[in-house]
Design a protein around this ligand. Structure first.
Ligand code: NAD
Ligand code: TYD
Length: 356
């Protein structure tokens, strides 16, 4: 089996579906079900004996050690994290606890489990750490994209906590020999994306005729990758990546936030016209995020050169799939927009609709 952490969140749940669609190897899915974890993402796996869901905290050593000895995973794929930059600005403590202490606890349990395996199993074991391009900090307009040797310069509590976790993973390999691989990926989008993040927030607000909040001047740049492409990159690195190595993963899709909001509006106008007029009318510039990184860009040549991975989707094809998924899953959207979600929207944007 493999042990997946955070498999009820956005990328983790996509990964679990993707994995079980390609393999009969079972998944133990450990997730604390924070506000971002949602069993509705996994509902189609109900009754599938290959998927074992365990609600629990990665920082609970006894629980994690128990799972290692019961299921004896041949790999750990570590997604669980607090993942939203804006939340990290309002409340960094949870980020320190889960992203740093939680990763530490998981590494210790993985190391104890791995140490007790036979020689062949020890060699084959992998701890795959799922990380972000945000650890590298912010680029200027003419700077080269982030390669794997780019210096770390995290700027937000979120990225600093992820950077710390990357360093722990690296150290557990160098000091104890734990066979680790790390992937640092750019911004994902796709099905089951929690609508506090830019693309799903724009889709759900636009469909509801609510304001589309754009921070600052809207010219911050991100690289965007369709989530299923991230899943295929992780499968590739897990299978063939060199132990102890880092692979940067990206979509070769640098876009400003204004590009994104325009594309989302135009696509929705095409797929579901609004009698009140074009959705671009809903764009609303709001106060900038403190310390907002200007530009991220990924140099994904290493994973292509060494492992032959490239994204399958363009931004146009991936965004269309994503918007169609949201149009078909209105019930899921209503379900995630719980009381806790509404409290966040009010705290962050000053009003229940996402406007000011
Ligand atoms: P998410 O917030 O949607 O999901 C995180 C999941 O982790 C949730 O299901 C949550 O319940 C679970 N979790 C949180 N704290 C936990 C704890 N203490 N114990 C167990 N489970 C816990 O996040 P995501 O967007 O799916 O990101 C997954 C991983 O990928 C993260 O490590 C993130 O840093 C990384 N990443 C995300 C992106 C992106 O664009 N979303 C890009 C690059 C890397
Ligand atoms: P986000 O989805 O939060 O990802 P990250 O900050 O981790 O890259 O934000 C993507 C970009 O969109 C980022 O530049 C911030 C911006 N943004 C807005 O302009 N408005 C919003 O309401 C949100 C959530 C993000």
């Amino acid at each position: 089996m493999i042990l997946v952490t955070g498999g009820a969140g956005f990328i983790g749940s996509n990964f679990v579906h993707d994995w079980l669609a390609q393999s009969d190897e079972g998944v133990v899915n450990l997730d604390a079900l924070t506000y971002a974890g949602n069993l509705a993402n996994l509902v189609s796996l109900k009754g599938d004996a290959r998927h074992v869901f365990v609600q629990g905290d990665i920082a609970d050593s006894a629980l994690v050690e128990g799972l290692m000895s019961t299921y004896r995973p041949r790999a750990v794929i570590h997604f669980a994290a607090e993942s939203h930059v804006d939340r990290s600005i309002h409340g960094p403590a949870a980020f320190i606890r889960t992203n740093i202490e939680g990763t530490f606890c998981l590494l210790q349990a993985a190391r104890a489990h791995w140490s007790g395996l036979g020689e062949a199993e020890r060699k084959a074991f992998r701890f795959h750490h799922v990380s972000t391009d945000e650890v590298y900090g912010s680029l200027g307009p003419g700077d080269a994209p982030f390669a794997e040797d780019h210096p770390y310069a995290p700027n937000s509590p979120y990225s600093a906590s992820k950077a710390a976790s990357d360093h722990l993973v690296r150290a557990w390999h160098h000091t104890y020999g734990l066979p680790v691989v790390t992937t640092n990926c750019s911004n994902n989008y796709g099905p089951w994306h929690f609508p506090e993040k830019l693309i799903p927030l724009l889709i759900v607000n636009a469909l509801a005729g609510k304001p589309l909040p754009i921070y600052g001047d809207g010219l911050n740049v991100r690289d965007w990758l369709y989530v299923r492409d991230h899943c295929s990159a992780i499968r590739t690195v897990l299978a063939r990546g060199r132990v102890g190595e880092v692979y940067n993963v990206g979509g070769w899709n640098e876009k400003t936030n204004l590009d994104i909001v325009h594309e989302v509006c135009d696509l929705l106008d095409d797929l579901r016209p609004d009698p009140a007029g074009p959705r671009r009318r809903l764009i609303h510039f709001v106060k900038d995020r403190p310390g907002h990184d200007r530009r991220y860009a990924i140099d994904a040549r290493k994973i292509e050169r060494e492992l032959g991975w490239r994204p399958a989707e363009t931004f146009t094809s991936g965004l269309r799939k994503t918007v169609e998924w949201f149009l078909e899953h209105g019930e899921w959207v209503v379900d995630v927009q719980s009381g806790a979600y509404r409290d966040w929207i009010t705290a962050q944007y000053g009003g229940p609709g996402g406007g000011e």
